[in-house]
Design a protein around this ligand. Structure first.
Ligand code: SAM
Length: 391
């Protein structure tokens, strides 16, 4: 079928061109994200690591591939405008100069995330209202593109000293949502953090993983996806899928290409356990229906009575722990004492294993028996540490 003039414009100005993107990362995960991009073959000289993420130049198809494959980031933004504005009139004029009809479907639901600092225009609701009116006016007036499944489209507006940066979210729900878990237990870890800890501990697809306080199973599910060669976004959808520049055929092809790396692992290589009935039931549900979870052995066990009789002794691997702490521990148990017990158990039964453990603070293990490298992480609104070491 012949392309319409509008389709040709989308191709010429959006899909056929390079744009500026920003990959948003949790503090501390930027370098992991860069390693992932380099490993995927993205040239180092086309990206720039800054605090909070990575800037890169690429096509919307690169953005699709990164959303699909990168395990560490939070979201990917397409930067579409940068200008100075010190009045609403100027802001509206500059926003009107961006052709939103080439970027967005006319039936999308707009949402705004606005921050303004040291700027004459500082009222975020007023900024959002003015921009929304202009964008909707554009989208409604043109005979452009109607998405079959329009998603909520967040427009990010950052104003700093009068300089505005306008970006479109390409991701939708944050990237840590893999579309695998059906349920969660209290204090679940985000999948991107679980990946970061596995990465820091040097976990590779051939390694045994022990996840003895598994809760809803974040470490185990992430490791099982890695073993199976499944891209992080394989089971979910993204906002860019409703953009006019999106090519369903090219994206289906990209997903199909990932099948070449797919491995079917039926041997038990991931050992997940928890002492809590509810956690076990949740984890069971999260695994159900997913073939890639056949490599996970799940059982109910108290960590302190765990023994390695079911794991071949020569296969030392990686052990990941996200223990309860503070309020989540029973009243009578003190966090430091509990962590000390965990350390003793690790030294007794897991010598030589690589370890990743979440610590609520640097003081949790004042004189560690296991030497740990402490990586600051941000989780559940708190500044915590991931302790990484060899037992
Ligand atoms: C913070 S949650 C782990 C959450 C998990 N990382 C996730 O993403 O869902 C801590 C888990 O440790 C389990 N737990 C606490 N003490 C335990 C013990 N002695 N043995 C086994 N599991 C234990 C709890 O039942 C809880 O599921």
């Amino acid at each position: 079928m012949e392309q319409t003039a509008y389709e040709k414009r989308v191709k010429r100005r959006i899909s056929g061109r390079e744009h500026d993107f920003f990959i948003v990362c949790s503090p501390g995960l930027e370098t992991i994200c860069r390693s992932e991009m380099v490993a995927a073959g993205f040239p180092d000289n086309r990206m720039n690591l800054i605090e909070g993420g990575i800037e890169f130049k690429g096509r919307v198809s690169d953005c699709a591939a990164m959303n699909l494959n990168l395990r560490s980031p939070s979201r990917i933004l397409l930067r579409i405008g940068r200008f100075k504005a010190d009045s609403f009139e100027k802001l509206e004029k500059k926003i009107r100069a961006i052709d939103f009809t080439l970027f967005l479907p006319k039936n999308c639901d707009l949402k705004f995330s606005v921050t303004a600092r040291k700027s004459r225009l500082y009222h975020s609701d007023a900024i959002a209202e003015r921009c929304e009116a202009v964008i909707l006016d554009q989208l409604r007036s043109d005979d452009t593109f109607t998405a079959q499944n329009p998603s909520t489209q967040t427009v990010f507006i950052r104003a700093d000293q009068g300089e505005f940066q306008i970006s479109l979210d390409s991701t939708g729900e944050l990237l840590f949502k893999r579309g695998v878990k059906k349920k969660i237990t209290p204090a679940p870890l985000r999948e991107n953090l679980a990946f970061a800890m596995l990465f820091w501990a040097g976990f590779t697809a051939g390694d045994i993983l022990l996840d003895p306080m598994c809760g809803s199973g974040t470490f185990s599910l992430e490791a099982a996806m890695i073993k199976a060669g499944l891209p992080s976004g394989f089971f979910r959808s993204f906002t860019f899928e409703s953009w006019p520049s999106f090519s369903p055929r090219a994206f289906a092809h990209l997903k199909k290409q990932t099948e070449e790396n797919r491995v079917s692992v039926s041997e038990k290589q991931i050992f997940a356990s928890d002492m809590d009935d509810h956690a076990l039931a949740v984890m069971q549900q999260n695994m159900s229906g997913h073939d890639f979870c056949r490599t996970i052995d799940l059982c109910q066990k108290d960590f302190f009575s765990l023994n390695l009789s079911t794991i071949p002794p020569e296969k030392k691997g990686v052990i990941m722990l996200n223990p309860p702490y503070g309020k989540r521990l029973e009243e009578k148990t003190n966090t430091k004492a509990f962590y000390r017990e965990i350390e003793k158990k690790l030294l007794l039964d897991f010598k030589g294993w690589r370890l990743g453990i979440i610590l609520p603070s640097k003081e949790t293990l004042p004189n560690p028996l296991v030497r740990l490298q402490l990586k600051p992480i941000f989780h559940g609104g708190l500044n915590l540490f991931a302790g990484i070491g060899i037992i």
